[in-house]
Design a protein around this ligand. Structure first.
Ligand SMILES: *Cc1c(COP(=O)(O)O)cnc(C)c1O
Length: 363
C-alpha cells in the first residue's frame, strides 16, 4: 500500500516548483536510506553539528556552516547572531534587545512572502527593519542612507525570483555594508546550487533550504564566516531552541551534500533543459497556447515554461480540480500567464500535464 493510500492523502502533480504546501521536493533513495538509518540511533548532537559544518564548508567554500530547522529559522537566527555574537547573557535575553544594535537594513524590493513575510522572520529575533528604497527600486545610495543610521546590526538581502523591481547589485550592496562595519546576510532559500556564487559576493552568511534544490529533509543551511556561524550555533541555548534541526535532518543533509558533490551537474542541467524544451514544444501545439522557455530571473540554472493562455485563472482552477490535481505557478495569472517547473517530475507526470492541458483547452 502506498503512503498516500495508507493515510488517505491526495496524490498530486507538483509543477509549482519547490513549494512548501506541497511537500517541497523529492529526496533520492540514498538520502531516504540515510534518514531511515539515523532515526533509531543516538548521536552526540554537537559532533553531528561539527560534521555538518565541515561538509557545508567543503561544498560551498565557506569557512563554516550549520544546519537549523529551515531557512525561515535561519533568517531569525542569523539576525540574532549579528545582535548577540556569542555572549550568553545577550543570547538568553532575546527577543529583548535592550543595549544591542538591533536595526536590520533591507531593500524594500526584497520584502517577500514565502508563507509569511520575511519581515516577521527578522522581527522574531527582536530586531526592527529599516527598508531602503521602494518596491520598484533600491539603489546603493538608498542602502547607504539607511546603513548610516544608528544601531544597525546587519544588512539583509534576498536572492529569489520573488524579489521585485530592478535587480540590486549584490556585490556592491555587500560592500556598502562592509564599509560601515556591518555584516551582510543573503537569503538564498531556493538557490542552493548558487550558494558558492553568493558567498563570492563577500556576504558574511548565505542561507539555503536543504529541502528545496538540495533534496534533503527540511533543513536550513547557513554557510559563512567562522565567527558568525558560531554565533548562529550559540543561539541553540536561546531562541534557537524552537528552531533546532532534527538528527535525521542533519544526517539527510550530509547524505544529500555527498550526492551533490558526486553527481554530474552539467549533464543534469542539459537533461533538465531538454525536458523543458520538449514540454514547451508539446504545449505550443495546443490551440490558443503560446509556450516559452524562460530562465530563472535570479540566475539559478533552472528554466521553466511560461504558458500564455486565453483564461489562465480558469485553466489553473481546472488543473487543480482534476484527478490527479496538477499545481502550476500562478504568480502571473492576472496577465493570463501560468508557469510550469518540471525539475522533480518524471515522464509519466509530464505527459499527464500535457494530456490534461489538451483536454481542458479543447473541450
Ligand atoms: C522558501 C523560502 C524561504 C523559507 O524557507 P524554508 O526553508 O521553507 O523556511 C525563505 N526565503 C525565500 C526567498 C524562500 O523562497
Amino acid at each position: 500500500m502506498s503512503i498516500h493510500e495508507r493515510y488517505r492523502l491526495s496524490v498530486v502533480i507538483n509543477a509549482k516548483g519547490t513549494f512548501t504546501p506541497l511537500g517541497v521536493s523529492r529526496s533520492s533513495n540514498g538520502v531516504a536510506a540515510a534518514v531511515a538509518q539515523a532515526l533509531p540511533e543516538f548521536f552526540v548532537m554537537d559532533e553531528l553539528g561539527d560534521r555538518a559544518s565541515e561538509a557545508i564548508a567543503q561544498v560551498t567554500g565557506a569557512q563554516a556552516g550549520t544546519v537549523v530547522h529551515c531557512t525561515a529559522a535561519g533568517i531569525t537566527l542569523s539576525v540574532a547572531a549579528t545582535m548577540t555574537g556569542r555572549d550568553p547573557r545577550r543570547i538568553a535575553a532575546l527577543p529583548d534587545t535592550t543595549d544591542m544594535h538591533n536595526r536590520v537594513v533591507m531593500p524594500a524590493s526584497h520584502v517577500v512572502d514565502y508563507g509569511h513575510s520575511n519581515l516577521q522572520g527578522i522581527r522574531l529575533a527582536g530586531a526592527q527593519v529599516d527598508l531602503a528604497g521602494d518596491e520598484t527600486r533600491c539603489g546603493i545610495d538608498d542602502l547607504e542612507a539607511e546603513l548610516d543610521g544608528p544601531d544597525v546590526c546587519c544588512l539583509m538581502l534576498v536572492s529569489s525570483r520573488l524579489t521585485q523591481g530592478e535587480p540590486l547589485d549584490l556585490v556592491a550592496a555587500v560592500r556598502a555594508a562592509h564599509r560601515r562595519g556591518v555584516p551582510a546576510i543573503i537569503d538564498a532559500a531556493a538557490q542552493f546550487p548558487r550558494i558558492a556564487d553568493l558567498l563570492a559576493t563577500g556576504a558574511d552568511l548565505v542561507l539555503a533550504s536543504g529541502q528545496k534544490y538540495l533534496g534533503s529533509p527540511t533543513a536550513g543551511l547557513v554557510a559563512g564566516t567562522w565567527a558568525l556561524v558560531q554565533a548562529v550555533r550559540a543561539q541553540e541555548k536561546g531562541i534557537g531552541r524552537v528552531m533546532k534541526p532534527t538528527k535525521e535532518a542533519v544526517i539527510g543533509v550530509l547524505a544529500a551534500l555527498e550526492e551533490w558533490q558526486a553527481f554530474d551537474r552539467m549533464k543534469w542541467e542539459a537533461d533538465e533543459l531538454a525536458k523543458v524544451v520538449s514540454f514547451a514544444a508539446a504545449a505550443g501545439e495546443i490551440p490558443g497556447v503560446t509556450a516559452e522557455v524562460v530562465p530563472d530571473p535570479a540566475g539559478l540554472q533552472v528554466s521553466r515554461v511560461l504558458l500564455k493562455v486565453p483564461d489562465a485563472k480558469r485553466l489553473a482552477t481546472e488543473l487543480e480540480a482534476g484527478t490527479p490535481p496538477i499545481y502550476v505557478m500562478t504568480d502571473r495569472v492576472d496577465d493570463n500567464e501560468l508557469m510550469v517547473e518540471l525539475v522533480p517530475l518524471d515522464e509519466t507526470e509530464i505527459n499527464t500535464i500535457i494530456a490534461r492541458l489538451w483536454a481542458i483547452l479543447t473541450q
